[in-house]
Write a protein that binds this ligand. Structure first.
Ligand code: BG6
Length: 486
């Protein structure tokens, strides 16, 4: 007899402040790095490097520009003013948990004030209180691609050690204020993404890096984030007894394109690279192969005396990850490429793709769960999974997103198999349960939601919320603890 998901499994959804809240210039909020991300209509959606490209000049121009058409993350879907209505819809689907993030620049607008912004603190207190009232467990990310822009301009973001203390202080303020409301915390969203988009993740502006030192700067900033994460984990445990602090990985599962040993070796290295980040946060140590690679490539990380001790003494309590797609790797450089989550890999001939070119691979989720659990033996939670698609609203207002239902059905089945094989998985928060702005392309038309939001890429629309077919389907899934998936 299969046992399925545990009774208290945390079913829900996940959003990020910068993609959902809007209200970028309301109640004392400062600018964040997300507010300078531009919507680029004429750029191929698979060309992430162009979408996330940034320079000091672009940042300056954005700071002077009050427009929110060009910078869609400024407007989000106005969750800031709609959150009660949106939470009621999540509740109707039966959500047991909701993952949200706190916009650092609502609490410390420039990142360095001596006193926090009370209006920002109050907003999240109201949000978490409402979630609790509705019986939803808040899972809160402290840094999800939205550091105060002022810190990026002044310090080149996380490249500067001083940002560690500023982040630790901000986190402490959050723990003190929300200690009776929030038990589950995540420090950095997809900490590994710093190598793919250093500005979005860590406020690093390439032209501010010393000549020829971009890679070193990125790894230095990453080290600062590791140390900050460990310090914050310690503080959280002290301030909120019984709290659980997790790390987060973009699980970029990669298969060898063939069984040629060269493909296998390249794949192994790619997967080890992917594990590096969680290895540090779970084992509290840098993997020796990574340290050796830094050495061979002349990447010297400046560490303070106590850093390694801090990392070792404060590992995370659980491992969270996002999973959207898988990739393959080959020694043959000439093979056709496929897009993925801000990354390219070799196309897998066995897998279909979304309209954005991300390869759909439910079994890859099962493989990821087995690998992660075997490696870390820590409780796991999937904090992002879903499919970006262009939805069509019918004349009667209905939205028939059977492709999304099928994506989720197969992924949840795969997840269930992994649980039945013994993986300790305690929750699943699908990405963007309500349509929000895309992180990678700043599009509105790349929709993940069970709930449709009436807004286009240019910001036109009423912001009305509509239930898609998947809304009713996910409700049944949660109600039956995934016993009913059809
Ligand atoms: C994850 C991010 O990498 O992918 C989210 O944590 C993001 O913020 C999600 O939205 C999907 O990516 P995109 O580019 O389709 O929004």
């Amino acid at each position: 007899m299969s046992k399925g998901f545990p009774e208290n499994f945390l079913w829900g959804g996940a959003i990020a402040a910068n993609q959902a809240e809007g209200a970028w210039n309301v109640d004392g909020r400062g600018l964040s790095v997300a507010d300078v991300a531009q919507y680029k209509a004429n750029v191929d959606v698979k060309d992430y490097n162009k979408h996330v490209a940034i320079s000091s000049e672009l940042v300056e121009a954005a700071m002077k520009d009050p427009d929110d058409k060009k910078y869609p993350k400024r407007r989000g879907v106005d969750f800031y003013h709609h959150y009660k209505e949106d939470l009621a819809l999540f509740k109707e689907m039966g959500f047991k948990a909701l993952r949200v993030s706190i916009a650092w620049s609502r609490i410390f607008p420039d990142g360095e004030e001596t006193e926090p912004n009370e209006k920002g603190l109050q907003f999240y207190e109201d949000l978490f209180t409402e979630m609790r009232r509705l019986g939803m467990e808040p899972i809160v990310t402290l840094s999800h691609y939205e550091m105060p822009l002022a810190l990026s301009v002044k310090y080149n973001g996380w490249a500067d050690r001083r940002v560690v203390d500023l982040f630790v202080n901000y986190s402490r303020v959050c723990f003190e204020r929300y200690k009776n409301l929030v038990k589950y915390w995540l420090t950095f969203n997809e900490i590994d993404s710093i190598v793919r988009h250093p500005f979005t993740t860590a406020g690093i502006i390439p032209d501010k890096c010393p000549e020829g030192e971009k890679d070193r700067t990125v790894y230095q900033a990453l080290h600062h984030q590791f140390v900050a994460s460990a310090k914050v984990t310690k503080d959280c445990h002290e301030i909120i007894p019984g709290s659980q602090v997790g790390c987060m990985l973009t699980k970029l599962t990669t298969y060898p394109h063939t069984c040629h040993p060269q493909d296998v070796e390249k794949t192994l290295k790619r997967n080890l690279d992917n594990y590096f980040y969680t290895d540090v946060q779970v084992f509290g140590e840098y993997p020796p192969l990574i340290l050796n690679r830094f050495k061979r490539n002349g990447i010297e990380i400046v560490m303070e005396e106590e850093d390694l001790e801090i990392l070792k003494a404060n590992p995370v309590d659980y491992v969270s990850f996002s999973y959207y797609m898988s990739l393959t790797e080959s020694a043959d450089e000439g093979l056709e490429k496929a897009a993925g989550n801000t990354i390219m890999g070799i196309k897998n001939p066995y897998l279909p793709s979304t309209d954005w070119g991300w390869q759909i691979d439910p079994q890859g989720l099962k493989i990821s769960l087995l690998e992660l659990y075997d490696r870390y033996q820590k409780p796991l939670i999937i904090v992002e999974n879903g499919m970006g698609a262009a939805d069509k609203v019918e004349e009667d207002g209905s939205i028939h997103d059977d492709y999304r239902i099928s994506y989720f059905r197969e992924h949840i089945k795969a997840m269930k198999e992994a649980v039945e094989e013994g993986v300790d998985l305690f929750g699943y928060t699908s990405w963007g349960p309500i349509d929000i702005i895309s992180a990678g392309t700043s599009q509105m038309s790349k929709r993940y939601g069970f709930i449709y939001v009436d807004q286009d890429d240019e910001g036109n629309g009423t912001l009305e919320r509509k239930k898609k077919d998947s809304f009713f389907w996910y409700k049944k899934v949660i109600e039956s603890n995934a016993e009913k998936l059809d």
